[in-house]
Ligand binder design. Structure first.
Ligand code: SOE
Length: 388
């Protein structure tokens, strides 16, 4: 059985998610194309790195990412660090001949994203992947199948929202996600990028946008330590505060190259919404609705159903659907975020073994950054902006 040695850089929330993906992939997808071996984990905090080694079953831990990128034993690198470091690490890894799975957004600036896509293009045997996992949810793949098979007719409109609540509390701490020099953008890059990916996956390239960005909470209490706690703690209201220089909300109308229109809205300040990534598509022959909070379901409505019978019906995804046979063999057993990360790793490892770039290679990640850039420019000028 082929083995691939994995190095994970960044042992926080996303580092853990990638570990869950690599470790569970062969347990779910068997026979696997290759079995990942948890070789080295890196975190700049030595204690977090050492803990991650024991907790996640790595052979060793390091505190300098170069020790992974320059290690001839490593085949595959996962970049799970804050956005401003993605380009330097990924480009070095690509040059060292490693396959790279990088967290989203691809980079903190458009220039860095372009450099990453260019570096990937120069070494075609290296597989690159941007971690846009939501397009791999079986119900989303099913939605795409309905679109591609023409079951919805011509796509008229696609509405995408991504709503969370973890930063709605003003005492939810200031992590790097609220700092432009590290994150590059706020909600737009963090979660808006996911719905740009889904929208373009469903309806093709976005051509033009008009948008608004808004910051609701201009300063937040400073969080001690390097771990991104994502609102799981609330700091004391009189803790020292620092400014937030990114947006809390993005709201946007879009025109697609194929003539469809749509809207994108994202915020992390929506009480009651937790990981509400929802996509509604209306076509000339029907509609579909997906909501990640019920990720095992797809709502479908077809125009040619008899009138007394027409309305949204629920398809419950399971073994009959894409990735289904690999997960659980009884419908209704359901998958969650852990299985989704394993699905992402399955696609990544398959791409490596088949030497074929996956559907979210760095070029696609760069395309999403171009849309983000147009959204920022439009919000600044209050005018429609073409995606360049
Ligand atoms: C925080 O908003 C976050 O962790 C995002 O960074 C992820 O991309 C999203 O999948 C879940 O929420």
């Amino acid at each position: 059985m082929k083995k691939l040695n994995v190095g994970i850089i960044g042992a926080g929330f996303m580092g853990k998610a990638h570990v869950v993906g690599y470790s569970n992939m062969p347990k779910l997808f068997w026979p696997a194309h290759a079995v990942p071996v948890m070789k080295t984990v890196c975190d700049i905090d030595p204690q977090i790195a050492a803990e991650a080694k024991d907790r996640f079953g790595f052979e060793k831990s390091v505190t300098d990412w170069r020790d992974i990128v320059n290690d001839p034993d490593i085949d595959v690198v996962s970049v799970c660090t804050p956005n401003d470091t993605h380009a330097e690490i990924s480009i070095a890894a690509i040059k060292a001949g490693k396959h790279v799975l990088c967290e989203k957004p691809l980079a903190s600036t458009l220039k860095a994203a372009k450099d990453m896509a260019d570096a990937a293009e120069k070494v075609p045997n290296v597989i690159t992947m941007s971690a846009y996992q939501y397009r791999r949810v079986p119900a989303v793949v099913l939605a795409k199948r309905f679109v591609d098979e023409g079951k919805l007719g011509n796509i008229l409109n696609i509405r995408c929202v991504y709503l969370q609540s973890w930063s709605a509390d003003p005492n939810s701490p200031l992590s790097w996600r609220f700092q432009k020099d590290i994150a590059g953008a706020g909600t737009l890059g963090d979660i808006g990028s996911h719905i740009i990916d889904i929208a373009q996956y469903m309806a093709g390239d976005i051509d033009e946008v008009v948008s608004m960005l808004k910051t609701y909470i201009p300063q937040r209490p400073i969080q001690e330590g390097g771990v991104d706690l994502l609102g799981t703690v609330k700091l004391n209201a009189d803790a020292k505060k620092a400014p937030v220089d990114v947006e809390d909300e993005v709201s946007c109308l879009v025109k697609f190259k194929n003539g469809a229109i749509g809207s994108l809205e994202a915020t992390r300040n929506a009480w009651g919404r937790n990981n509400y990534l929802a996509v509604e598509i209306h076509g000339t022959k029907g509609s579909i609705l997906f909501n990640y909070e019920r990720l095992n379901e797809l709502q479908v409505c077809f125009a040619d159903d008899p009138e007394h019978f027409r309305g949204f019906k629920t398809v419950h995804t399971g073994p009959a659907h894409y990735y289904g046979p690999a997960t659980w063999n009884i419908p209704g057993m359901n998958i969650g975020y852990g299985e989704l990360k394993a699905i992402e790793i399955f696609d990544f490892i398959t791409a490596i073994v088949e030497n074929k770039q996956p559907s979210t290679h760095f070029g696609v990640g760069y395309g999403i950054e171009k849309v983000c850039e147009a959204i920022k420019i439009s919000a600044n000028n209050s005018k429609w902006e073409k995606v360049k």
